[in-house]
Design a protein around this ligand. Structure first.
Ligand SMILES: [Cu+2]
Length: 95
């Protein structure tokens, strides 16, 4: 996959998190309550998105796959990739 695009070319539509090079980008995303966040795996490895509190959990996502979750409640939601627990991300949901 020699065409990996650098971060900075992220689409602006919606609340998006890219998964690339074993990292969530942005690692901390702030959204308003009621927002839907979409994660897209741009890596060559499968990844998941799994909330530490169990409030959301994606299936395994291959390259190019996406997972969406709507955050109805304000709070701070830490998550990991369950395959690679060293991958951490946070969604901060504001009122
Ligand atoms: Cu992973």
């Amino acid at each position: 996959m020699g065409t990996a695009s650098p971060t900075g070319t992220t689409p602006v539509a919606g609340d998006q998190v890219s998964i690339d090079n074993f990292a969530f980008a942005p690692a901390v995303l702030t959204v308003r309550a009621g927002s839907t966040v979409t994660w897209t795996n741009r890596d060559e490895e499968p990844h998941t998105v799994a909330a530490n509190d169990g409030s959301f959990r994606s299936p395994g996502m291959g390259t190019g796959a996406s997972f969406s979750h709507t955050f109805a409640t304000p709070g701070t939601f830490d998550y990991v990739c369950s395959i690679h627990p060293s991958m951490h991300g946070t969604v901060v949901v504001a009122q």
